[in-house]
Design a protein around this ligand. Structure first.
Ligand code: T6T
Length: 335
């Protein structure tokens, strides 16, 4: 149920975060129930926030969960966390349906697919404030806020890193999760636009590993058989990067073929240290989760929310890994 009530503690907590409400949000972000009634939250009166991850066991979403939990504790909300076992819209949809049946005050979700999750989330938004964290859907107008990295910019930054690592140019490959995911589609787009501007590079295309490191590894070994002169690979997320590093090691080309990966989980850090990956692009998942709760609670209070919030990223290399900034950018394994 949506709330629209006086929560002095919450309001005070929001005021101290210093995040100004500035425009955006849906017209309905005032927080009345779909039927126009003003509804109370959980039986305790404490706002109930359900966080649905893109997939469980992914350090990006674990770090996001830490931000969600920290914000909820500070602002006096209760949190439940769930997610599909694999990155698969068919697994995430029933989770949305069952979470939504309980009508939590707010749902924070990273939808698995831009199309498949559209309808279930529109339905969920009838009874809960929905905040899209990380990924989005085709028409996010039902959401009170969307919070994500600059993914197009991140893809372009990955190519810039490759330009520095392979200044003579050559063949480059992208390994992605699967099409239809807003974040990684944007990363691929940013990369493709950037590579098209530099004649010294030849883009051999994008291959999909379906979030399976083993598939990413075999994509790398086959790509090297086809194109032994491949100079660099951009892997668009944790599992693509993890598999790319394995493939590079199996092919015995560590340091010869440059790998730039998105995300900064423990496996990516190990790959940087081993020299199988040369640069990683760390997002700010904790911040995304924290701000997600903040926006949800603002919507519940009837305050204006920010329609879109873009968070930053940090490029980490073996040289910067031990710096304060490098260490601060790494993802958590637990909160
Ligand atoms: O890269 C992140 C996230 O931004 C993306 O949407 C899905 O993959 C990750 O969770 C990393 O595995």
């Amino acid at each position: 149920m949506r709330l629209h009530r006086s929560m002095t503690i919450l309001a005070a907590a929001l005021a101290t975060t210093g995040l100004a409400a500035c425009g955006g949000g849906d017209a309905d972000s005032g927080g009345d129930g779909a039927d126009g009634t003003q509804a109370e939250g959980g039986s305790s009166g404490t706002p109930q926030v359900a966080f649905i991850q893109g997939v469980i066991g992914d350090n990006f979403y674990i770090s996001m969960e830490c931000g969600v939990r920290a914000a909820a504790e500070e602002m006096g909300a209760e949190v439940s966390v769930q997610g599909p076992q694999r990155w698969d819209p068919a697994l995430q949809q029933p989770i949305v349906t069952s979470v939504s049946a309980n009508e939590p005050d707010a749902i924070l979700i990273a939808p698995n697919d831009v199309t498949a999750l559209q309808r279930p989330l529109e339905d969920a938004a009838e009874n809960s404030e929905v905040v899209l964290v990380d990924t989005t859907v085709e028409d996010p107008s039902f959401a009170v806020s969307e919070i994500a990295s600059d993914n197009v910019g991140g893809g372009a930054a990955a190519f810039e890193a490759i330009q520095e690592l392979a200044p003579d140019g050559g063949k480059v490959l992208v390994i992605d999760n699967q099409p239809g995911i807003s974040t990684s589609d944007d990363r691929v787009q940013g990369f493709e636009e950037a590579v098209a501007q530099d004649d010294s590079f030849e883009y051999v295309g994008v291959e999909y590993a379906q979030n399976q490191p083993a598939r990413a590894a075999s994509i790398v070994t086959s790509a090297l058989q086809r194109d032994p002169d491949l100079v660099a690979i951009f892997a668009t997320n944790i599992f693509s990067a993890e598999g790319a590093a394995t493939g590079i090691e199996q092919a015995g080309v560590s340091g010869e073929v440059q790998v730039v990966g998105f995300d900064a989980g423990p496996a990516q850090v190990e790959a940087l240290e081993d020299g199988t990956v040369q640069a990683i692009i760390a997002q700010q998942p904790y911040e995304i989760g924290y701000q997600g709760v903040e926006q949800a609670l603002m919507a519940l209070e009837g305050e204006e929310t920010e329609a879109q919030i873009q968070t930053g990223f940090t490029i980490v290399t073996a040289d910067t890994l031990d710096s304060e900034e490098g260490q601060a950018a790494l993802y958590a394994s637990e909160c």
